[in-house]
Design a protein around this ligand. Structure first.
Ligand SMILES: [Cu+2]
Length: 149
């Protein structure tokens, strides 16, 4: 009888230990994509990410495009250049990281349809540690139209 009781206690202990581990979480807000012209080869999308623990945005997928990439932009010799962040984008713990025009952004490659103002684009963001986040980004014209790339 004593043996049986011990087994029961250790099973309960294991179950509560599994529940106690908090799931790593990234919060995504203000997701939007820039409208495209018909036949556009790429579309820029933006979102603000806040990771609870240190994490990394490693990939982006969308049913609206062939694939998603994570890009950054920087000034090189007076010219704005865009490059892919093949290692993803670092997300420091507890700090909001804003993907925005002229800086880090999500690039949808080969959109399957024209992105029109007011439409919604489903994005799935995948992280190194946190669970994936799927959200709808709204298509809207950016406040500064001169920042297109
Ligand atoms: Cu880009």
């Amino acid at each position: 009888m004593k043996t049986l009781t011990l087994i029961a206690v250790s099973t309960v202990a294991l179950a509560s230990a599994a529940q106690a581990a908090p799931a790593a979480k990234v919060t995504a807000t203000d997701a939007w994509c820039r409208p495209t012209v018909a036949g556009a080869l790429a579309a820029g999308c933006y979102v603000t990410l806040t990771a609870k623990g240190e994490d990394r945005l490693v990939s982006v997928e969308s049913p609206a495009a062939s694939r998603g990439e994570i890009h950054t932009m920087s000034m090189e010799g007076g010219v704005m250049r865009m490059r892919q962040l093949t290692e993803g984008l670092a997300l420091p713990a507890g700090k909001s990281v804003a993907l925005k025009p002229g800086a880090d952004h999500i690039m949808l490659i080969a959109p399957k349809a024209q992105l029109k103002e007011g439409a919604k684009v489903s994005l799935t963001l995948k992280f190194k540690t946190a669970a994936p986040v799927t959200l709808d980004a709204v298509v809207k014209t950016p406040p500064m139209p001169g920042m297109a790339h």
